[in-house]
Write a protein that binds this ligand. Structure first.
Ligand SMILES: Cc1ncc(C[n+]2csc(CCOP(=O)(O)OP(=O)(O)O)c2C)c(N)n1
Ligand SMILES: [Mg+2]
Length: 659
């Protein structure tokens, strides 16, 4: 049995809470029926846990963001999403929240201030940090609230999110629904601490464990914590004890759960207990109860009829492609005025400064980027000029920072995340591939984030500071991959990347930072993403390359004056410039693709396939590729030189010309 304490709540509030609490229960009961009838395919039940989602949502302002998970129907209903549209979402209908592209609760809605989950669970927590940071920067008195299950607390993102929120003083409520199981895994096999709320101590924040089945306690606690977070600009960890009354999802059963647990927890049913409390104390009448229940049932029936009458979804490939990226309205601003000779590193730094001036909503985040200026000194001086709020040192936690960047984007900010070395992006990989890249296609939210990637070998830095990992990203729809080779392109493409509302992976080659110089316009200008540059023009062969390859090819062409070659610098790898490739291939009939990335799975394979499929009849020789060895990048300079394709390129080119 549950002990309810109405505190100073008005009668109206007690009834409002009841209405909100009953709704998800009745919807769920209907869903279970439909499941048995085979009318729906999958369902993650939150029966027994409704008081948490409903109480927490009721405790927040309507315009405060919530990051719910798979058992949080109560968040969606309390935010008053119409049942028809919700059901269309679950059925994969065109008129659901994700146009049929996402399942169950994997969607968000800015109108309802909800950012829905990706399957990976933990990433939700770090998005809340970004949203809270946006509130803080705008001096809004608001919190963000993120849900996790107790199973999800084992994920690295839980640790990173709490640590960042505490270090950065962010007003975030982290809410753990401890229902005893993560799929079939009981808590005893998930963690060793007594209370998950105790973990708060380790992060230097407050934490509390409460009865998650008591809606008044949940509401009261979250309301109080909300005030605390806003007043003190601090995060808070809340652990709500509860129980999952059904299986992980309906098909998976509950065999592994001891029977007596169900008996024990059914006594603590959050809906029935509260209903009985209200009836016993005359806060509601039997008539209100039955009237409310039948009203909800009717709304559900009407929604179901309308949803089942929806026409079947007809795929339209053009529409599918159109939604992968947010529309890019980047103004192409031609360079004008004076130019100065600059190294690549200085051109990027110049671009960073001008992007900060152009976009007052641009926030920079990364390790050691503020006072220290970043390990390559790209951000040197920016904190002095733009302040610590916009130029932010972060703890060592790539995933949390990329998630925060997405949260900032939800609130209309732009951000730059500097990877200290491109290699370390592995620790933030999930956020980029699954959150940033897919969110626009999934439910129309853009991810206005530029990830700067100091990349490449040639400086004897070994396997973890030298990799070319651009094709990890070119394989992911939703990302743009930019890779300039010259100071001029570096600045113009960087500024275009900041204009573009989509996530851009911006590669900058470490060996070129101080190894190449060129004229760079002093003023602001942009270069169109997705457009290659024909660096040299010739008749006999097309050399297609990017990054360091551009400079290796130029060196050889400078030596071999008799060779008449097109040298095409791709500059962007996703999307790559098919028109420019076509024009060059049709002119020369011979192609060699050169890149620093390893041969197997490098972008060269993709380009070679594109050429062979489309322009075979124009070719006088097979499309050749020249790339690094298929090994990790070795440390010792002779080994590294042997690894890189530069020396082999000469022979490969000769071979092609002799074909
Ligand atoms: C990274 C990742 N690993 C595994 C899974 C599969 N999975 C989905 S839900 C789940 C259990 C989650 O447990 P918990 O966090 O306690 O949430 P609950 O389902 O109990 O609400 C697992 C293992 C996943 N979705 N993501
Ligand atoms: Mg659980």
């Amino acid at each position: 049995m549950i002990n309810f304490n109405r505190s100073n709540f008005t009668d109206d509030l007690l009834v409002e809470l009841y209405k909100a609490l009953v709704k998800p229960r009745i919807i769920e009961e209907k869903m279970l029926n439909l499941l048995r009838q085979g009318k729906i395919s999958k369902w993650f039940s939150g029966i027994g846990q409704e008081a948490i989602a409903v109480g927490a949502t009721m405790a927040l302002d309507e315009d405060e963001y919530i990051m719910p998970l798979h058992r949080n129907l109560g968040v969606f209903t309390t935010r008053k999403m119409p049942f028809l549209k919700l059901f269309n979402q679950w059925q994969g209908n065109e008129s659901g929240y994700s146009k049929g592209r996402e399942r169950s609760f994997h969607f968000g809605s800015n109108a309802h201030h909800i950012v829905g989950m990706i399957s990976h669970l933990g990433p939700q927590l770090t998005i809340a940090n970004g949203i809270a940071l946006a509130h803080q920067l705008r001096k809004e008195k608001k919190v963000a609230l993120a849900f996790t299950g107790e199973g999800g607390t084992s994920e690295g993102d839980f640790h990173e999110a709490l640590n960042v929120a505490s270090v950065c003083n962010l007003p975030v409520i982290f809410l753990v629904e401890n229902n005893g199981y993560g799929l079939s895994t009981p808590s005893s096999e998930q963690f060793r601490c007594k209370h998950l709320a105790d973990k708060a101590i380790g992060y230097g924040m407050e934490g509390i464990t409460i009865d998650g089945n008591n809606i008044l306690m949940v509401y009261d606690t979250i309301k109080g914590i909300r005030d605390y977070c806003i007043t003190n600009q601090r995060p808070y960890l809340v652990e709500c004890m509860t129980f999952r009354m059904r299986g992980h999802e309906e098909a998976s059963g509950t065999k592994y759960v001891p029977k007596d647990l169900f008996e024990e927890w059914s006594q603590k049913d959050p809906v029935l207990n509260y209903e009985n409390y209200l009836l016993a104390n005359n806060f509601i009448s039997e008539e209100l109860k039955t009237g409310l229940r039948s009203g909800i049932k009717q709304e559900i029936e009407e929604g179901l009829q309308a949803a089942f009458a929806e026409p079947p979804l007809v795929p339209d490939t053009t529409k599918e492609y159109n939604d992968v990226y947010a529309p890019d309205t980047t103004p192409i601003i031609q360079p004008s005025g004076h130019s100065s000779e600059k190294r690549l590193v200085d051109a990027i730094a110049d671009g960073m400064k001008q992007a900060m001036e152009k976009h007052p909503n641009l926030i920079l985040m990364g390790q050691d980027i503020a006072e220290y200026g970043g390990v390559f000194k790209i951000t040197e001086g920016l904190v002095e000029k733009f302040g610590k709020e916009r130029v932010r040192n972060t703890p060592l936690c790539e995933s949390a920072i990329l998630g925060a960047a997405l949260g900032l984007s939800v609130k209309g900010f732009k951000s730059m995340v500097e990877m200290q070395f491109a290699d370390f992006v592995t620790c933030g990989f999930n956020q980029i591939i699954n959150n940033l890249a897919k969110i626009h296609y999934r439910w129309g939210q853009h991810a206005d984030v530029v990830v700067r990637m100091p990349t490449g070998a040639g400086v004897g830095a070994g396997p973890f500071h030298s990799q070319s990992n651009e094709t990890w990203f070119t394989h992911t729809p939703g990302l743009k991959v930019v890779y300039p080779a010259t100071p001029y392109d570096a600045k113009g493409l960087l500024l275009a990347s900041f204009e573009d509302p989509n996530p851009v992976m911006y590669f900058e080659h470490k060996a070129l930072y101080r190894g190449v110089t060129g004229l760079v316009p002093d003023d602001y200008y942009t270069i169109e993403i997705g457009k290659a540059n024909l660096v040299r023009q010739g008749e006999d062969v097309s050399i297609i390359t990017y990054g360091a390859g551009v400079h290796w090819a130029m060196e050889i062409l400078d030596e071999q004056k008799s060779l008449s070659a097109d040298l095409l610098d791709l500059r962007t790898l996703l999307p790559f410039d098919k028109d420019a490739i076509e024009a060059s291939v049709k002119k020369t009939g011979k192609v060699i693709i050169l890149h620093e990335d390893c041969l197997t799975g490098g972008i060269g394979g993709e380009i070679a396939a594109f050429i062979s499929e489309n322009f075979f009849s124009h070719l006088d020789a097979p499309v050749m590729r020249c790339a690094s060895l298929d090994t990790p990048v070795p440390f010792a300079l002779p080994l590294e030189k042997n690894f890189l394709p530069k020396d082999r390129f000469r022979q490969e080119l000769e071979k092609l010309m002799a074909y």
